[in-house]
Design a protein around this ligand. Structure first.
Ligand code: CAO
Length: 440
């Protein structure tokens, strides 16, 4: 056993070259030619290979260091250094030097016409509809210049299989990926062709104290769904106001009756009733697009989901067959489903089968918001906090204090036209302003 120094070989006339990645750790067993670290100039990056085999005893270099020929990388313990040295032919060392110098000068940011033969894609592209994320769950392995190259093209590295050492993504891998994506039929291309560029990975602790908390399972699932819905459905939000002065008087009176059954008669129960009525009048809002976008599937049942805020995140329980239930029954079911949601006792089927959703933030506050459609539903009603407002009474020619409820209806513009969006909220406004109509 003997210990030898590992040094930066001849890298040409380069001083102060950045170490951008250290590819080995103390204790690693390496073989000749294994990549030890990656250097990067402004023009290119290059791995420095080992010139002997053995076990890394010490590392004298870290990411961010600047090196030149002869800089000490670390100490290597080899079985038989003399033998190794004999095995290492002078021509081979010379060739390594040439390779490194050549690659550090090369300009990878200009794509060549044809990708080099050896870097053929390792995997066929995954079928559309399945996750094409090659590097999901871990960060992609690529040098800063490669990342910059990808960023300039708007390519998300998470979709790319690296062909470099330790699956590192190379510029050539990006070129191949872009070529493949461009060759796909347009419709297939739509979803994942050029995903948003990656978020910058910022070390927030540089600017102040931080605390990292894992996301709850609900947040992870709902976040992925919300993102998909947001990017696939072209959203339009129609705003309107409903005068609920009379409805509130009625609701409070009716609460006495509801108390006998131990039910809290919430505004949300009336909103569900009014929504079902509007859905019947405008069936397109109670539909879904077929996955191929060729057909509209109209549903003859009215299952209304309601966004429920729980300590773990957002869930959407569904009041089934709301058309067949009266306000009191709906209110009772709302109470039960909300409690179950907060106690994490909701069953899967209690969150399935929705045809339209309501997100009520009225109990919390706010004047308007733009809810995200719960796809494949095509619309969602957002409800904000009601407030007394001076409304001009044309007959009496005076302002009257009226309780006004702000409504925000987001709809999928592929399915619903703007005129129908305005008709739908006008219908809702009419129903909520006139309790008799609502309860008919
Ligand atoms: N304007 C003014 N006050 C309102 C109101 C409105 N639009 N809606 C409800 N309130 C008041 C109620 O009168 C009630 O007051 P009291 O306690 O004095 O009686 C209080 O707010 C609580 O209301 P509620 O018991 O009727 O419950 P709710 O129907 O407002 O809410 C639920 C039920 C499940 C929708 C709610 O708990 C919730 O989780 N909301 C958040 C939904 C959400 O997170 N949406 C965002 C999703 S992302 O798009």
């Amino acid at each position: 056993m003997s210990t030898q120094e590992i040094v930066i070989p001849d890298i040409g006339a380069f001083d102060d070259v950045d170490v951008i990645e250290v590819l080995v750790n103390v204790g690693d067993t390496i073989k000749t030619d294994d990549p030890l670290l990656t250097l990067e100039t402004e023009k290119a990056s290059m791995d420095i290979p080992a010139t002997a085999s053995g076990v890394i005893k010490e590392l004298k270099i870290k990411v961010g260091d600047k090196v030149k020929e002869g800089s000490l990388i670390g100490l290597l313990e080899s079985k038989n250094t003399a033998e190794e040295k004999i095995q290492e032919k002078p021509e081979k060392i010379e060739k390594t030097k040439e390779d490194i110098t050549e690659k550090l000068i090369a300009k990878p940011s200009r794509p060549s016409q044809e990708p080099p033969e050896k870097i053929k894609p390792q995997q066929p592209p995954l079928p559309v509809g399945e996750s094409n994320l090659v590097n999901s769950g871990k960060s992609s392995h690529a040098s800063p210049s490669t990342r910059k190259f990808a960023r300039n093209l708007g390519v998300n590295l998470a979709f790319i299989q690296g062909s470099g050492p330790k699956n590192r993504i190379l510029v050539e891998d990006i070129q191949i990926y872009v070529k493949q994506e461009m060759a796909k039929p347009r419709a297939e291309n739509m979803g994942n062709q050029f995903a948003p560029i990656p978020m910058p990975n910022i070390d927030f602790s540089k600017f102040g104290d931080i605390e990292s908390k894992p996301l709850s399972k609900i947040k992870k699932i709902s976040g992925a769904n919300l993102h998909r819905n947001w990017v696939t459905a072209p959203h339009v939000t129609q705003f309107d106001n409903a005068d609920i002065t009379d409805l509130e008087v009625f609701r409070k009176n009716m609460q006495k009756e509801a108390d006998k059954k131990g039910v809290k008669l919430t505004l949300l129960a009336f909103l569900i009733k009014a929504s079902v009525n509007a859905l019947k009048a405008y069936p397109v809002f109670n539909s879904s697009l077929s996955p191929d976008g060729e057909e509209l599937i109209l549903k003859d049942y009215y299952n209304i989901g309601f966004a429920c805020d729980t300590p773990d995140g957002l869930v959407v329980p569904v009041v089934k067959d709301a058309l067949k239930k009266d306000v009191l029954e709906i209110a009772e079911e709302l109470g039960k489903l909300s409690s179950k949601a907060r106690e994490r006792k909701l069953k899967m089927d209690e969150m399935q089968g929705g045809t339209f959703s309501i997100s009520s933030l009225g109990g919390i506050g706010g004047t308007k918001f733009t809810p995200i459609i719960n796809c494949p539903e095509v619309a969602i009603l957002g409800v904000s906090r009601s407030a007394m407002q001076p409304i001009y009474n044309k007959e009496k020619k005076e302002f009257e204090p009226r309780l006004i409820l702000p409504l925000s209806l987001s709809y999928d513009h592929r399915v619903v036209d703007g005129a129908d969006g305005a008709r739908f909220t006008s219908h809702l406004e009419m129903m909520l302003s006139d309790v008799r109509r609502l309860l008919l």
